[in-house]
Design a protein around this ligand. Structure first.
Ligand code: FAD
Length: 488
């Protein structure tokens, strides 16, 4: 049986392992940490459980697909529910929107509470649908670096429809034009942060992102986000995949332009196929030191990072739901602080995720588990300890203003994740959440390909080698690799 080695047990590494095992390869996964999941892991402290990284689950069909291609019933491994409410939005002027997954209901609420019209929401989401249909087969599901992708009829159709994807104005410009109320522009600008970008620079093509939530839906895995990883690891093990933890890979080995295996702990492990799930930056800098480095890619602007407070709260806040956003009053100033000054804005937009609203066991009785996140710049050597101290005070003051409660009195447990610890724990250069940023219209083309053009049988998967960067797109990177590897 030919052997494949996967470096890294992030969601895309595990998906690649499943796909190659289903193709008949003998698969080993080498993971530097003592646990799988990379960014998609969990934190448990003082009786509270938190999903440590991703909290929004979209496109569950890409997870299901892994079970079905292995001939298994997904429901035997992993269950999730569709959310009726996508997010609660809070503004400093008192406006609150409970965005329903039902577009008509959401559009009606927007019309009743703001100056924007229901028809504006509907035509905006129709445009998102068009961008999705023009781009998904070309940008999301195929390699942009393979000639055969361009010979496909879908690609030819997409090229002729290129004007429809709104690549030549910024997302903010498009959204300002689309809505008669700037608070709704702000609401839809927020989607740029789903891949760590800046809506004032990123192309309006990113308006594809709301389509994932409003058309395909937002979901909650019944046992929390981390259960995505646990169920995929179980599936991989059932297919014979071997996981080696605390096993950091130091080098990708090759002979005559073809991979021969990897080195870990000074020991060589041979393989016909090697897939790196690392951030592509570290793959080149640490594992492929003697290969010509792709200078442009390695010097591009990184996507933003995050500062997260995992708070155990000794109270119940009925005004909050599973996903909540408390908007900054001046969004432009917030993004300028992040991208120009490389600082944290004094009035940051706050995202609060409370899984105990759906999964009661995530917090003790009468308590809630708050995942409180703000967008921050990638780590460039800032004085993080001071920035974090100030950010915490600013967050608490904002919560006070909007929720009219002194939340600080309810915090009984605290753990913090910042750009430094994100890099340390997951191997993401500068703690960026999504690899390089998408702050220009060529970003999708500038992403590294999913295969090496220097070393035969070397492949790359994960958030840093796909135009998107979140879980669904990391999963698609594994699919693209699969489409390019022959059966064993
Ligand atoms: P990663 O998760 O980056 O894993 C890479 C793995 O490689 C790690 O386990 C690491 O330990 C291992 N590794 C590194 N170096 C080595 C080595 N030398 N040898 C062996 N192993 C090594 N996405 C969404 O879809 N929705 C969200 O709501 C969302 N929110 C997010 C919030 C936060 C705070 C974060 C951090 C991310 C969020 N994301 C979200 C993004 C999502 O988590 C990622 O896109 C996805 O998990 C990336 O998976 P990956 O396969 O690229 O690998």
């Amino acid at each position: 049986m030919p052997k494949a080695i996967i470096i890294g047990a992030g969601v895309a590494g595990i998906a690649s392992a499943i796909r190659l095992a289903a193709k008949g390869y003998s698969v080993q996964v080498f993971e530097a940490n003592s646990y799988p999941g990379g960014k998609l892991t969990e934190v448990s402290t003082d009786g509270f459980r938190f999903d440590a990284g991703p909290s929004l689950f979209t496109m569950p069909q890409y997870v299901d697909e892994l079970f079905t291609l292995a001939g298994k019933n997904p429901k035997n491994y992993f269950e999730y529910e569709k959310l009726d409410e996508i997010c609660r939005y809070f503004y400093e002027d008192g406006l609150q929107l409970n965005a329903s997954a039902d577009i008509n209901k959401f559009a009606k609420e927007v019309e009743q509470k703001t100056n924007a019209k229901a028809s504006e929401i509907k035509s905006f989401l129709k445009k998102s649908d068009t961008i999705y249909h023009v781009t998904h087969k070309v940008f999301l599901e195929r390699s942009l670096h393979k000639l055969k992708s361009y010979l496909h009829w879908d690609t030819v159709k997409s090229i002729f429809s290129f004007g429809k994807i709104d690549a030549f104005r910024t997302q903010h410009k498009a959204n300002l034009h689309a809505f008669s109320d700037e608070r709704i522009t702000q609401l839809f600008n927020r989607y740029a942060t789903y891949n760590g970008s800046n809506p004032y620079h990123a192309p309006a093509t990113l308006n594809i992102i709301p389509h994932f939530e409003y058309h395909f839906g937002a979901y909650f895995p019944k046992q929390g986000m981390h259960s995505i990883i646990l169920s995929l690891v179980n599936l991989a093990k059932d297919l014979g995949v071997e996981f080696l933890y605390n096993q950091k890979v130091n080098e990708i080995n090759y002979v005559s332009g073809k991979v021969s295996g990897i080195t870990s702990d000074n020991k060589f492990f041979n393989a016909e196929i090697v897939v790196s799930n690392l951030d592509i930056w570290f793959t080149y800098k640490n594992l492929l030191k003697n290969i010509t480095q792709p200078k442009k890619l390695l010097t591009q602007q990184r996507s933003s990072s995050a500062l997260i407070f995992y708070w155990g709260i000794k109270n119940i806040y009925p005004e909050l739901g599973l996903h909540n956003i408390l908007f900054s009053e001046n969004y432009k100033a917030e993004f300028d602080a992040i991208w120009k000054d490389k600082k944290i804005y004094s009035d940051p937009t706050i995202y609060i995720n409370i899984t105990s609203k759906h999964l009661e066991t995530d917090a003790p009785k009468g308590c809630e588990n708050w995942f409180v996140m703000i967008n921050v710049p990638a780590n460039d050597g800032q004085d993080w300890d001071n920035l974090i101290r100030a950010a915490k005070q600013n967050i608490l003051q904002k919560l006070n203003r909007i929720l009219k409660k002194d939340v600080s009195k309810d915090i009984i447990s605290e753990t913090i994740l910042d750009p430094r610890s994100i890099e340390f724990k997951t191997g993401s250069y500068q703690g960026s959440l999504y690899g390089n940023s998408s702050n220009n219209q060529f970003a999708a083309f500038l992403r590294h390909s999913n295969f090496s053009n220097k070393l035969k049988n070397l492949y790359f998967c994960g958030g840093s080698v796909h135009p998107g960067g979140g879980i669904p797109l990391a999963l698609l990177s594994a699919k693209i690799i699969d489409d390019n590897i022959k059966k064993a």
